[in-house]
Design a protein around this ligand. Structure first.
Ligand code: NAD
Length: 359
């Protein structure tokens, strides 16, 4: 049966980068992928057109889709909206929550051609290939109670860091299975020396470990993990952690690779339905100028093919095509350096499509 892909361009550079990713999807369809594409509004674009960052029509299409390709949301135009529930990012949070996208996969892979782009020494990062598995729908970002209230005459802000055993187990299983398919190493990151919720996290990871004898499980406190990521990042294969620690560590890992414009991500639920998006935001500073790097979005299409559409061979072809384009010296402004040829967003997309034909 034909698969359904929903494209949500969003705001800022979102429409430019998704347009290039759609060209790659079209090339995959020409190569045999049986998929229908539809489009919807989200974020500021949803608010402007329908008064809500996640319009009902978009949510209905998202629920019916096998996979969603999202550009990015947000921008200064909507930063002053007083009603926080109408801010663009609420569109994203709403999609994650409604589709129960609890597993966020964030690879930090450094293409050898870009080792010079990292702020770390090439020998520290060259060959880097980490997969961060972040729990996305629980933890302190969603825990109740939360709020700001007055106690004894002064204002107090509070949040709740909470995980149930079943929430930890399901993200743990995603991470163990990911480690089985990769290098066989899983590092669980917590703060079990201070936080009870992560004592439970560690216990559950240890309980699952015997079911995956081919995976070597280790544990690390989050402060040490932050240090190790910049000291010796190649020691990591798969990292699993909760929502807040994962938010922070995955951004740090992203920067090890030099350009946020290269990094894709996937958010999956238990049915392998997924939302695929670049790690970066809507980059309003460069929107509409043809400067945006579309490769993170194109590589998100590869993740979509692998994790939601069961088309690993096409995913590998896209990744090879991106490698070939980099080998040929083509670079958008964010990854350009002397000796390379700077190209626009559209030229980069076209080059990947051309390379895909023979990849
Ligand atoms: P950003 O990722 O949009 O931009 C940070 C810097 O990286 C900017 O200098 C930008 O020009 C550059 N950059 C980002 N993507 C690029 C690409 N593909 N090619 C070349 N350069 C790129 O982060 P920000 O500036 O903190 O946020 C801008 C807006 O994006 C805000 O409204 C924020 O809320 C939103 N945002 C959205 C998401 C999302 O949709 N998932 C994520 C983060 C931020």
């Amino acid at each position: 049966m034909s698969k359904k892909i929903l494209v949500l361009p969003g705001d800022g550079i979102g429409p430019e980068i998704t347009a290039e990713a759609v060209k790659v999807l079209d090339a995959c369809r020409a190569a045999g992928l049986d998929a229908e594409l539809d489009e919807g509004l989200v974020g500021g674009a949803g608010y402007d057109a329908e008064g809500h960052p996640l319009p009902e029509s978009t949510l209905a299409k998202a629920k019916a889709a096998d996979a969603i390709l999202l550009g990015a949301v947000g921008g200064p135009k909507w930063d002053t909206l007083e009603d926080l529930s109408k801010r663009p990012e609420k569109g994203l949070l709403g999609l994650r929550k409604n589709l129960n996208l609890f597993a966020n996969l964030r690879p930090a892979l450094l293409y050898p051609q870009l080792a010079e782009a990292s702020t770390l020494k090439p020998e520290v990062v060259s060959g880097l290939d980490i997969m961060i598995v972040r729990e996305l729908t629980g933890g302190i970002y969603f825990g109740q109670p939360r709020g700001i209230e007055t106690r004894n005459g002064e204002r107090v802000g509070y949040n709740t860091y909470v995980y149930s055993e079943s929430e930890i187990e399901r993200i743990g299983r995603v991470a163990f299975e990911m480690a089985q398919k990769r290098g066989g190493k899983l590092c669980s990151v917590d703060k079990a020396n201070v936080l009870e919720v992560t004592i439970l996290w560690r216990e559950v990871m240890n309980r699952l470990a015997p079911e995956y004898p081919d995976v070597e499980l280790s544990h690390m406190y989050v402060d040490n993990a932050a240090m190790q990521l910049v000291r010796a990042p190649k020691q990591f294969d798969v990292v699993v952690t909760g929502n807040m620690f994962g938010d922070i560590l995955s951004d740090a890992a992203a920067m090890l690779t030099g350009s946020i414009g290269m990094l894709p991500s996937a958010s999956l639920n238990e049915r392998q339905q997924g939302m695929y998006e670049p790690c970066h935001g809507s980059a309003p500073d460069i929107a509409g100028q043809g400067l945006a790097n579309p490769l993170a979005t194109i590589l998100s299409v590869a993740m979509m093919l692998r994790y939601s559409l069961g088309e690993s061979a096409l995913a590998e072809r896209i990744e090879r095509a991106v490698g070939q384009v980099l080998d040929a010296g083509l670079r958008t402004a964010d990854i350009a350096y002397p000796g390379t040829r700077q190209v626009s967003t559209v030229e980069m997309g076209d080059a990947v499509v051309a390379a895909f034909a023979n990849a």
